[in-house]
Design a protein around this ligand. Structure first.
Ligand SMILES: [Zn+2]
Length: 147
């Protein structure tokens, strides 16, 4: 069962442009059964808790930092890093994208923090956390790249 944060990250990942908290709330409520209705204030609070993965634009809309970077043309050829990992949604190995942007990824791996990744699947994105072995593989990928 995905957490509220995972729902929000997935919705932002599927969006082609930044969304206002009210729009995210509408999308969440559209997907979920009646009774699970979200409040915009609750969504705004959760967005703030996801500050490592999402960013608020000056106009008040939110988007994934990863997509923001891509949209602004990247910083010095900052190519997205991917990792082979077992997707619990698809129950198979897939190419997954870390939700942290490249600058935040290495410190997270070095401190063995939770590293969440996204698999862009046809029926909707899957979001989960890497296991220790996958984090090790990702650490090696980054080390090779910067060598
Ligand atoms: Zn998947």
């Amino acid at each position: 069962m995905p957490t509220h944060e995972e729902h929000i990250l997935r919705i932002l990942g599927e969006a082609t442009e930044p969304l206002f908290p009210s729009e995210i709330t509408e999308l969440l409520n559209h997907e979920l059964r009646p009774g699970a209705a979200y409040m915009t204030t609750e969504v705004a609070t959760r967005l703030q808790a996801l500050e490592r993965e999402v960013a608020q634009l000056p106009d008040g809309r939110w988007m994934l930092k990863r997509l923001l970077r891509r949209q602004s043309g990247g910083e010095g050829g900052d190519v997205a890093i991917s990792v082979r990992a077992y997707c619990p949604g698809c129950k198979k190995m897939v190419t997954a994208l870390p939700l942290l942007d490249n600058g935040d990824l290495k410190p997270a791996l070095d401190s063995n923090a939770d590293v969440r990744v996204m698999h862009i699947a046809p029926g909707g994105d899957h979001v989960w956390s890497l296991n220790d072995q996958e984090k090790g593989n990702l650490r090696n990928t980054i080390a090779k790249r910067s060598a």
